[in-house]
Design a protein. Sequence first.
Length: 295
Amino acid sequence: MNKIMCALIGVSFAAMGSSFTTAQETSAAEMTGPPAVLQIQREFLKPGKAGVIHDRSESNFVQAMAHAKWPTHYFALNSLSGPARALYFTPYASFDAWEKDRAAVEKNTELSVALERAEQSDGDLLSSFDEAVLQYDPDMSYHPPAGLGKIRYLEITVFKIHPGHGMDFRSLVKMYVDGVGKAGMEDANWATFEMAYGGGDEYIVMSTDKSMADIDKSNADGKKFRDALGEEGMKKFSELEAASVESIDSELFAINPRQSYPPQSWIDQDPSFWNAKPIMASAAKPALAKDKKAK
């Protein structure tokens, strides 16, 4: 049950499955579980520029990272709902680790040039671009998986909070966690991140699906949650939701291995998926986006 049903408000506490097993420092050391710092870059695509065309452009980034044997990994998501867009997640153990990675890229002339070249080419496909930086909140998370090797879909829900009601939202999440435990929703998992830079008072909650059948199963578990809380519990839950949440936006994304530079541990779990034959850019030199996949 990977999509977390928030039965009362009618959406999931689901979102970007944020358990990343990946290289965080400029060393090759790997870490498991959600990263302390998560950089996200969003590319909004022009009409007709998604799919194979974008895969081919993004292959420049993947080739550049592989050519440089860069220790920092990233993965790509393509939207299945909302505007056509691609998301790129780069996890770090700390802000210091992010800074060191940026500095290392700048010192690597070959990689830096490749990044700029790729950015120029890829930019022709985009209608807009933005970035955000998130910080992991373990107290508001629930059984996040250790890696994404076998994950295919990520559900991302952004909760915009009423000013001054952060504690109400935390109480809402705690109540939900308790309800999930009482309901015996064994497959439930999510990781919660707070917006650090690039947005307002927002929480991004992420959950993972191995297949869309997981979404069907989580929908069917909604009654278990309501029964676990009971009538009075659901009333309290509703009051906390109304007090704390200004807006909710829930979207579904698919992992795109052709646009990703995954760690070896993910590849080993499912080589046929992660080793999908790349769609090469014609006559293009290896490249990777400067903050996009090596920042």
